[in-house]
Design a protein around this ligand. Structure first.
Ligand SMILES: C[S@@+](CC[C@H](N)C(=O)[O-])C[C@H]1O[C@@H](n2cnc3c(N)ncnc32)[C@H](O)[C@@H]1O
Length: 344
C-alpha cells in the first residue's frame, strides 16, 4: 500500500540533547504557550495549537528560508533559542515499507535529516535509501551550505512526523566537530568552532585570519586563544588567571592579567575580532558590548551570555535586537546563549 501524507496543524520544536526542559520553560515563559495538548517525541515537542506571536514569527522564518534566499537575508531568529530546529509545516506520514517512506519524503524535496529517538534500525534503513547528506562529525574549519533541509522522525513502526520547512540549514539543527583530545587547554574550543562556523552561515563572515588582531576577554585556560592563534591571529588575551604555559609562551599571544571589563576599548585599540567568554551577569556583558559597539573599534564580536538562575527574557531580547547580530543556543552551549555580531 502506498504511503499516506497528511498535513497537520501547528509546529514541532526539537531541543538539543539534555535541553528539553529548557525548551519547555522557554515556550511557557517567553511565548506564554499552553502545552497541555502538545505531544512529546523524545526531544521533539509537537504543538498542534500555537499562539499568534509564535506562529507569526515562524511564518516570517519559514518565508525567508523557504524562498531560497541566502542565509544572510534571514532576519534574527524569533523562534525559541533552545530549539535547534523546528518543523514549520508538519506532515503525518503513514507507510508500509522502508521504500514507501523514502518515496514519500523524496517526493517532497531532496534533503532530509532524521531525528532518532526510537526505531533506530528502521530509521537508518530509510536514511540509507534517501539522497546522501553529511551527518558525520565535521573537521574544523567547515562551510555549511545555505540549503533548506527537512526533518523527519519515526513516531511508530509505520508512522512518521516530517516537515520540509525547518528553521536551520544544519541537519536536524546540529553540528558536531571531531574532537582534539591532545592540544586544546579546555573543551571551550568546540564552542568557538561552532560559533565561527555560524558566523559564516549567517553573515558570510570569513574566519579570523593571519595577522588579524583579536581581543579574547576571559581567556583562561585558553581554548579560544588556542583556536585563534592556530588560525594565525595575533591574540590579546585578558583574564584574572594565566593561560596554560604553552600559550603564555606563544609569540602570537599577548597575555594581560586584568579585569577585562575595566579595560576600555580605547585601552585595547582597534581589533578585527572581540570575544568574551567571561562568567558574568548578562547586564554587565550587555553594557560592555555597548562600549565596544559605540567605540567603532571592532568589526566582529562573539560573546557567551551566561544565564544566572531565572532568565530575564526582556534583557535577552535586548541582545537579540542589537543590529547586525544573532543570538543563538549552540550545540556546545549549556546554560548560556551565544551572541554573534558581524559589521560589514
Ligand atoms: C568559561 S571560562 C573561559 C574559558 C575560555 N574561553 C577558554 O576557551 O578556555 C571564564 C573565564 O572568565 C574569567 N573571568 C571572570 N571574570 C572576569 C573578568 N572580570 N575579567 C577577566 N576574566 C574574567 C575567569 O577567570 C575564567 O577564566
Amino acid at each position: 500500500m502506498p504511503s499516506s501524507v497528511k498535513k497537520i496543524p501547528g509546529a514541532a520544536f526539537l531541543s538539543f540533547p539534555d535541553m528539553y526542559d529548557m525548551l519547555v520553560a522557554e515556550l511557557r515563559e517567553r511565548f506564554f504557550c499552553d502545552l497541555r495538548k502538545s505531544v512529546r517525541y523524545g526531544d521533539l515537542l509537537y504543538m498542534p495549537y500555537i499562539d499568534n506571536l509564535l506562529i507569526n514569527n515562524l511564518k516570517n522564518e519559514s518565508e525567508s528560508i523557504g524562498d531560497g534566499k541566502t542565509a544572510q537575508g534571514i532576519p534574527p531568529l524569533r523562534v525559541p533559542y533552545w530549539c535547534r530546529t523546528a518543523m514549520l509545516s508538519p506532515l503525518s506520514i503513514g507507510f508500509e515499507s522502508i521504500g514507501d517512506a523514502c518515496r514519500a519524503l523524496s517526493g517532497i524535496q531532496r534533503n532530509w535529516a532524521p531525528y532518532d529517538y526510537q526505531f533506530f534500525r528502521r530509521s537508518a534503513l530509510i536514511r540509507e535509501k534517501l539522497p546522501y547528506i553529511n551527518l558525520k562529525e565535521r573537521s574544523f574549519p567547515v562551510r555549511i551550505p545555505a540549503a533548506p533541509i527537512g526533518l523527519y522522525t519515526l513516531t511508530g513502526e509505520h508512522t512518521m512526523l516530517a516537515s520540509a520547512a525547518t528553521t536551520s540549514f544544519l541537519p536536524a539543527g546540529m553540528i558536531r566537530f571531531t574532537e582534539n583530545h591532545e592540544d586544546p587547554p579546555s573543551r571551550a574550543y568546540l564552542k568557538l568552532y561552532e560559533a565561527l562556523t555560524l558566523m559564516h552561515l549567517f553573515f558570510g563572515c570569513d574566519l579570523p585570519g593571519k595577522g588579524e588582531r583579536c581581543f579574547d576577554a576571559g581567556a583562561s585556560p585558553g581554548g579560544w586563544t588556542w583556536v585563534l592563534a592556530g588560525l594565525g591571529c595575533n591574540v590579546f588575551s585578558v583574564d584574572r588567571a594565566e593561560l596554560v604555559p604553552e600559550l603564555m609562551k606563544n609569540p602570537r599571544v599577548d597575555f594581560l592579567r586584568h579585569d577585562a571589563f575595566t579595560l576600555k576599548p580605547e585601552d585595547v585599540g582597534t581589533c578585527d575580532w572581540v570575544f568574551s567568554d567571561v562568567i558574568c551577569y548578562p547586564e554587565r556583558l550587555y553594557e560592555w558590548i555597548g562600549t565596544w559597539l559605540s567605540s567603532g573599534l571592532c568589526k566582529n564580536m562573539i560573546c557567551t551570555v551566561k544565564m544566572q538562575g531565572g532568565i530575564d527574557w526582556q534583557l535577552i531580547e535586548k541582545f537579540a535586537s542589537l543590529p547586525d547580530s544573532r543570538l543563538v543556543h549552540l550545540n556546545y552551549n549549556k546554560h548560556e546563549l551565544t551572541w554573534l555580531c558581524c559589521k560589514k
